[in-house]
Design a protein. Structure first.
Length: 286
């Protein structure tokens, strides 16, 4: 192969790389650089490099509480999505081809609607006069409306609805590689259904659960619209705090520092959990 042939793959990928640099890498570099400058008392950004924005965030209990709430919420959303999404994906894989196609459309249908529209729908359902509270009051299970709006519980419910399709699709993709004959063979040899699910199905869907969990965790930790609408102004998470710092307080360096810390913590947590789960997976199933 001549020199031009060897360079052809690079030339073909160059447009995509340039678009990625322009739309992803460059804004990240600008955000990182902006976080290293101080906010002037009279407004504007100083010209001296400093770490004061990071020390302000890490040393303030207010911001630490917001970060703990954000990642606790993301972890809870991820666990609920796994508990609901894995059985749902397995049920999809057991359906006939016709009903599987219909079910996948039902699962993916909400993704065709704007997340803002879906969240506003949940605001109608979760309100004190919403459908859920009206049903609870009519059934006699409660004597007064259950507070779901502007609570962490309401945010988790809405985020699970928004993000569970990602978990279902990731696990379902792993199940497509599963050989149904192995399940039938185990059952014919006397293994019970729980044993088949634990020893045969689960080890093969762990990669899908891991990838889906990482996607859900990352999206939940950085979610803005759902916490802003369902959680309101009092239940702050990192994304809504970044919004306030940029557009309400006009403190762009501090907002940039929050954004950088959010990105770093999400990346470190995702990579650490991935390594830990893969190691435990090899110890338990192999």
């Amino acid at each position: 192969m001549n020199a031009h042939g060897k360079l052809l793959p690079y030339w073909l990928s160059a447009p995509g790389v340039l678009v990625l640099l322009a739309l992803v890498a460059l804004p990240l570099v600008i955000t990182l650089s902006l976080s290293l400058y101080p906010q002037l008392p009279a407004g504007g950004v100083g010209d001296q490099l400093t770490m004061v924005n990071y020390t302000d965030v890490l040393g303030d209990s207010y911001f630490r509480e917001i970060f703990l709430r954000t990642f606790g919420m993301a972890a809870l959303v991820t666990l609920v999505c796994i508990a609901v999404g894995v059985p749902e994906a397995y049920a999809l894989s057991c359906l006939s081809e016709r009903w599987r196609a219909v079910s996948i459309v039902i699962v993916l249908g909400p993704m065709l609607i704007s997340v803002v529209v879906r969240t506003l729908g949940w605001a109608v359902l979760l309100g004190n006069q919403g459908v859920i509270n009206q049903l609870l009051l009519a059934s006699g299970l409660v004597t007064e409306p259950v507070k779901l709006m502007f609570t962490l519980t309401g945010v988790v419910i809405a985020l699970v609805h928004v993000l569970i399709p990602f978990m279902v699709l990731a696990v379902w993709a792993s199940l497509q590689k599963l050989d149904g004959a192995t399940e039938q063979a185990a059952l014919s040899l006397g293994a019970g259904l729980p044993t088949v699910l634990w020893r045969i199905v689960l080890p093969q869907v762990i990669p899908g659960v891991l990838s889906g969990g990482l996607i859900v965790f990352s999206l939940a930790a950085s979610a803005f619209a759902t916490p802003a609408i369902i959680g309101g102004r009092r239940l702050k998470v990192v994304a809504t705090t970044i919004y306030d710092e940029f557009l309400s307080n006009l403190n762009w360096p501090l907002g940039s520092a929050l954004a950088v810390l959010l990105l770093v913590i999400v990346l470190v947590t995702s990579l650490g959990l991935s390594r830990l789960i893969e190691r435990r997976y090899k110890q338990v199933f192999q």
